[in-house]
Design a protein around this ligand. Structure first.
Ligand code: GRE
Ligand code: ZN
Length: 327
């Protein structure tokens, strides 16, 4: 399929690059490094080679979220967004931007998102999970009441908030001790991100802001598969949950998921069954994943052709106002 649109595609600033060193597979750091720093040359030729017409770029992980100093987090986010905006301006026909946000300071985050959307033309925000605030072991999750006005501003700007994975803090997660192979994209990313997304839903965030939209990568970080049991058990044991609706209802009314790094047809079919094909969007997770793997899988996955068109490009074109070049 040509004309695909991809939404979880990353770059790095020289100063955030080191955050990605743990994810270089088998001695391939110099290649990963080059690809994270490049925002045009190789990136666009990979997109050309595999039928991707448009990509929305975002900063690597955890980057801003791992800078406890509020002022430095805000400055770095601003620099990242300005650098990305400059690249997007050179190829507005191929590239868009999601803003990095200094969530350490909710007002600064709302201000930076507003600037990124109104002045830089960005399509929304992509945030790498919880933020470390003031000290490396102090964390903030975004269901905290301190984010009430931040979320109001996101809803008002009418742009999505992409909750992207980051590594949990090992000081808080002894379960991974001695099992490094379970960290990162193998498991810990999904576990961390799924719980954070459930915290947002269960907090009643989407009752207060019904037009707010949350994006999740990796086919929803396991939530589509697990949501029936989550709701089944919450209904039996609500324990004072603030949310007025079920998690499945929020998945179907406020959440979109992308195929980033999860190139598996039975998992895609499950996500289609739980959320509907209008809420699923193609992505690769370049350069942590190979564009070839994601595109070859998606182009020949056994799904209905109208769904392939929606997931491959029509949903993103509608949501982000991107021209359709599908075929
Ligand atoms: C991601 O962005 O989701 C990611 C990384 C590093 C390794 C794998 C991966 O940031 O999926
Ligand atoms: Zn990613």
């Amino acid at each position: 399929m040509i004309g695909k649109i991809a939404l979880e595609e990353h770059f790095a600033l020289p100063e955030t690059l080191a955050d990605s060193t743990p994810y270089a597979a088998g001695g391939s750091w110099s290649l990963l490094e080059q690809r994270l720093l490049d925002r045009h040359d190789h990136r666009l030729s990979e997109m050309d080679a595999h039928g991707i017409a448009f990509a929305i770029l975002s900063l690597n992980s955890p980057a801003i979220q791992a800078i406890p100093d509020r002022a430095r987090a805000a400055e770095t986010a601003r620099r990242a967004n300005d650098a990305l905006a400059e690249s997007v301006t050179k190829r507005p026909d191929r590239l868009g931007g999601f803003a990095a946000l200094p969530m350490q300071d909710p007002d600064a985050a709302a201000g930076e998102l507003t600037r990124a959307v109104r002045e830089l033309g960005f399509k929304g925000a992509l945030v790498n999970g919880f933020s470390q605030v003031d000290a490396p072991d102090r964390v903030a999750y975004y269901d905290d009441p301190a984010y009430a006005s931040f979320w109001g501003q996101v809803e008002q700007l009418d742009v999505p908030f992409y909750l992207h994975p980051r590594e949990p803090l090992l000081s808080r997660e002894p379960i991974y001790e001695g099992h490094p192979w379970l960290l990162g994209p193998a498991w810990a990313f999904a576990a961390e991100t799924a719980v954070h997304a459930l915290r947002l839903m269960a907090s009643g965030l989407f009752d207060r802001h019904p037009r707010l939209t949350l994006f999740l990568g990796h086919l929803g970080e396991g939530l589509p598969y697990n949501v029936w049991r989550i709701d089944h058990r919450i209904a039996k044991m609500p324990r004072g949950i603030p949310a007025r609706r079920t998690m499945a209802e929020y998945l179907r009314s406020n959440v979109f998921v992308t195929t980033s790094g999860h190139f598996r047809t039975p998992a895609l079919l499950d996500a289609i069954a739980e959320l509907g094909a209008d809420r699923i969007l193609f992505s690769v997770d370049y350069p942590f994943e190979d564009t070839r793997d994601g595109a070859a899988w998606f182009d020949s996955a056994e799904i209905a052709e109208p769904d392939r068109l929606k997931i491959g490009c029509l949903n993103a074109a509608r949501l982000f106002d991107i021209p359709v070049r599908a075929g």
